[in-house]
Every structure is written in C-alpha cells, then in structure tokens.
Design a protein around this ligand. Structure first.
Ligand SMILES: [Fe+2]
Ligand SMILES: [Fe+2]
Length: 169
C-alpha cells in the first residue's frame, strides 16, 4: 500500500529525531570523557550507536516502501554539563520526548490504517518503555551516589561491565 504523504513526513522527522538523539548522546559521551568516567562515556557511546540504528530502521522501512527519505540537519550537540546527574536527567528528558514523538507517529499510522508502518513502530513503542526505565533507574543511582566519588566510581565500573556483557552494543 502507498504511504500517505503526512505519515511519510512524520517518519522522516522521526529519522531526524533518532539521529539527533545519537548526536546528543555522543555529546554526553564526550563530556564524560572529560571527567575520566570511562564507563559512563562508553555507555553513552553505545546509546549513541543504538539511536543511529533506530534511525536506520525507519530509513529501511521507507526505502522498502519506495518512500523518499529526507535527511534534515542536526543541531550542535551539548558537550558541557553540570555534573553526571544533570547529564542523566537530560538523557531521561530526551527519551521522554522521543516517547511522545513515537506515540504521535504511531497514532498517525493507526489513523491512516497503515498497518505496515504500525507493525514497524511496535518495536519502538516497546523500546521506549525500556529506555525510560533504564534511565530512571540510572538517575536514581546517580542521585544516591551524589558527590561521593567512591560511589560514582563503582557505578562507572558497573556501566563499563554492562557494555562488555552486551558485546559493546
Ligand atoms: Fe531511539
Ligand atoms: Fe533511546
């Protein structure tokens, strides 16, 4: 079935949203590099790669359906933050924004009876539940650690361990 123009535009916007998120996470990684918190930095880099992959999922769907892909610009990413807690709080905000945006595209796919797009987006709906949960947990833990260097270093090491457990993904 031919995709309606308004849904195609919304999905192209979502590609930009995902690639922008990749860029934002990369900026967060760069900030953690400056703190020498390699576990946090690596975790943020892995997030960045995941977001790039999310954009590519939509790209592939559009390509498979012969819908033209548009690639709009990315804004400069922040690389200076006010400590680990402010980074994680921003990341949670970012994910909550992504959830709103995914929900809006999802609603549009249902409105238009575009079940192919809807099926592709099902994965994103589940992914957002997981992303928000992960970041809420991490934010609680960073808050508990507070200004205690030792606690932050333990958390940093734990985050480093998570990536090797996931094979770096
Ligand atoms: Fe995403
Ligand atoms: Fe995400």
């Amino acid at each position: 079935m031919t995709m309606r123009k308004s849904l195609a535009a919304a999905l192209n916007d979502q590609i930009n949203h995902e690639f922008s998120a990749a860029y934002v996470y990369l900026g967060m990684a760069a900030y953690f590099e400056t703190l020498d918190l390699g576990g946090f930095a690596g975790w943020m880099r892995a997030q960045s790669e995941e977001e790039w992959g999310h954009g590519m999922r939509i790209y592939e769907h559009l390509a498979a359906r012969d819908v033209p892909v548009t690639l709009s610009g990315l804004d400069q990413a922040e690389t200076e933050y006010d400590g680990p807690e402010s980074v994680i709080a921003s990341a949670l905000d970012l994910e909550q924004g992504t959830t709103r945006s995914i929900n809006a595209v999802y609603a549009r796919s249902l409105e238009q009876g575009d079940f192919q797009a809807k099926a592709m987006l099902d994965w994103f709906v589940d992914e957002q539940t997981e992303e928000e949960d992960t970041l809420r947990t991490l934010l609680s833990q960073v808050k508990i650690a507070g200004d205690e260097g030792a606690a932050l270093l333990i958390l940093d090491r734990e985050l480093a361990g998570r990536q090797s457990a996931n094979g770096g993904a």
